[in-house]
Design a protein around this ligand. Sequence first.
Ligand SMILES: Nc1ncnc2c1ncn2[C@@H]1O[C@H](COP(=O)(O)OP(=O)(O)O)[C@@H](O)[C@H]1O
Ligand SMILES: [Mg+2]
Length: 230
Amino acid sequence: MRTIAVIALKGGSGKTTVATHIALAAHLRGLKTVVADTDPQRSATEVLRARDGLGPTSVGAIGSSLFAAQIAAVGSGMDTMVIDTAAGAVEDVAQAIVVADYSLLVVRPTLMDIAAAVRTVDIIRRLRKPAMIVVNQAPTARDGVEPPSVKRALRALEVMRLPVVPTLLRSRAIYQSALETGKSVEECYDVNAAREIAALWTFIERFTFGKRDTPPPPDAAEDEDLKFAP
Ligand SMILES: Nc1ncnc2c1ncn2[C@@H]1O[C@H](COP(=O)(O)OP(=O)(O)O)[C@@H](O)[C@H]1O
Ligand SMILES: [Mg+2]
């Protein structure tokens, strides 16, 4: 089983949005998937509940019970576990990083958010665990050129010395409206958002597990258009 923790000590960066989308991406590709929801607000659990059982299962956990949840998930034949974490919960985030094969640090492309991410990166380093950064809520590139704020943010992210997912998740209303009905953007009629999530999933698979053992999603990440614009 693969375990991916979605982390950020900052609230509102998009952890739940990314965690549920990754879990749904795995589910839609035929993988048995569980979300371990360590946020007391249980937002990910609420999102998945809207699917009436047709989707990833979810289990409430706190940091110290994550390992038990992971063992239980292996026992019930799960292929993938995605951990959603709460903002500011240092202990829970550290536990999630420890049990995960890979952590995905979600940051918005603003200097304030990146400065706030330094603390999370520090925890990752101390724990000596692999992680990568996904940029979420990026403003759209115009005429193929990234806004200066995004370019600055990408340069600032280099300081973290962690791999950055080469597809930025743009700020799109569909990310919010899709989850309100328990759906991934891959199940909605928004080609651009669907391609972003497919590309994110493909990158996670390649990068973290070094192999592709699920069918390639339709026109996914090989797509040059989805990489950072110049
Ligand atoms: N890429 C995106 N585009 C537009 N809205 C987004 C995007 N990602 C997250 N949001 C919105 O931002 C808010 C915070 O996202 P959420 O996933 O709940 O963050 P967190 O779990 O880190 O607190 C939510 O209203 C969510 O719908
Ligand atoms: Mg959340």
